[in-house]
Design a protein around this ligand. Structure first.
Ligand code: GLY
Length: 414
């Protein structure tokens, strides 16, 4: 009998997870905030529901295993709830995922457990504490303590033009969250590491670079990300192997210490790092696959994701194995995204020739695919090189029509 596998979430990342799961002939069940037509089409049962409402999961007590995509569901304790129902989950508990949903907790966790990678930081609860930090540091990063969909961190010189703007934003966050984390602005090369972990070993995936800004040349507002690439050698241009090893060692140490506290992290840990002249610093942790980074790495994963999931749950994670190919992923988003996205407008899709298509935040009405307020569709292509993958994916982009735009420079010049 086929295993019943629940996938939680309705974005392109979850569509990518769902596609990998059904490769194992599993019976797919889906819990989605809105109807992703790609996931729904693969599923035996799909429920449209508030995926953070843990009471709504009683109906999934009959599934054999669950994969959780979005951080909001992890932070709400969906893993804990499913575990109570006897369902093993690939995705950390609420407590273990605190690494993502509380930036202050993560800084303190690293400090308290002697884990390297923290920059100087201040957890501020008053205007006086903010001003004291700003007197010592002309340029800072203001980090909300809570989940902000990747759009909450603001940096002097990039998003905040003056000390007054920094103070105002930091005070706004204290007003809404009770506290805010301030750190000096770090200058260097940013990179991220995604790793599967069973709470013991940490198995790193090919490195991926994503593009957060809305427009070509890294201009415009921050978005959930407009695309990403990974190279055939699984590295990133200019990034030293020593820095990658340092990042991995910070993640391994964090995982060990979490397990020692009784809160083993089982799932995907995503570390954002900065390589600087002084060393490698942890910028932040995410407790799940990146989106779009999941598409890049899952396209290369040679083994069935379901098998990897069982190894994570059983605490016997073994070698992964990824194809030595390049990938380029391009998001196609509604005009006006992210500030004033054109909602409810039709997306007309021709089947791509050389790329894989993932639905993101669209909804289907009377057979038509319509935009919502977020990214619509992602296309991903693999190639022997980045230029081959770019050629394939950009060759298919014109087949996605509507009041939409995309970046033209994903993977350019790397
Ligand atoms: N691409 C960044 C993220 O998923 O948070």
């Amino acid at each position: 009998m086929n295993l019943k596998v629940l996938v939680v979430g309705h974005g392109a990342r979850e569509h990518a997870i769902a596609k990998k799961i059904v490769e194992s002939d599993a019976e797919l069940h889906a819990a989605m905030g809105s109807r992703n037509p790609g996931i729904a089409g693969l599923s035996k049962r799909s429920e449209i529901m508030d995926i953070t409402d843990t009471d709504r999961y009683a109906k999934f007590g009959d599934v054999d295993v669950a994969f959780i995509g979005p951080e909001a569901a992890l932070a709400a304790g969906v893993t804990d709830r499913l575990n109570e129902l006897g369902v093993p989950v690939v995705g950390p508990t609420r407590e273990a995922s605190k690494l993502e949903w509380s930036k202050a907790y993560t800084r303190l966790f690293l400090s308290d457990h002697g884990i390297e990678g923290n920059p100087e930081y201040s957890i501020c609860r008053t205007g006086g504490e903010i001003r004291e930090f700003l007197d010592a540091h002309a340029e800072v990063a203001v980090k909300p303590d809570v989940l902000t969909g990747g759009k909450g961190v603001r940096i002097t010189g990039e998003h905040l033009k003056s000390r007054e703007e920094v103070e105002a934003y930091a005070m706004e966050r204290i007003g809404s969250d009770g506290l805010v984390v301030l750190e000096p602005r770090l200058v260097g090369r940013e990179f991220t590491l995604q790793a599967f972990t069973d709470g013991k070993s940490v198995s790193v995936m090919p490195l991926v670079r994503d593009y957060k800004r809305a427009f070509d040349g890294d201009r415009g507002p921050n978005t959930g990300s407009m695309g990403s690439y990974s190279r055939e050698d699984h590295g990133l241009p200019g990034l030293s192997e020593a820095s990658v090893r340092r990042g991995v060692s910070i993640m391994e140490h964090t995982v060990r210490e979490l397990t020692a506290t009784g809160e083993a992290f089982r799932g995907v840990l995503y570390g954002g790092f900065m390589e600087t002249e002084e060393g490698v610093y942890l910028l932040e942790y995410n407790s799940r696959f990146g989106d779009p980074e999941a598409m890049n790495v899952l396209a290369l994963l040679k083994r069935p994701l379901l098998d990897v999931g069982w190894e994570i749950i059983d605490g016997r994670l073994s070698d992964l194995g990824f194809e030595m190919k390049a990938t380029v992923c391009v998001y196609i988003v509604p005009d006006g995204y992210p500030v004033d996205p054109k909602r409810g407008s039709e997306v007309r899709i021709k089947q791509p020739k050389s790329s894989e298509l993932f639905f993101a935040s669209v909804h289907e009405e009377d057979g038509a695919i319509l935009t919502t307020g977020s990214r619509s569709v992602a296309l991903l292509a693999k190639g022997e090189s980045i230029s081959e993958a770019r050629e394939k994916v950009y060759g298919d982009v014109p087949g996605i029509e509507g009041a939409l735009f995309h970046r033209r420079d994903i993977g350019e010049g790397v």
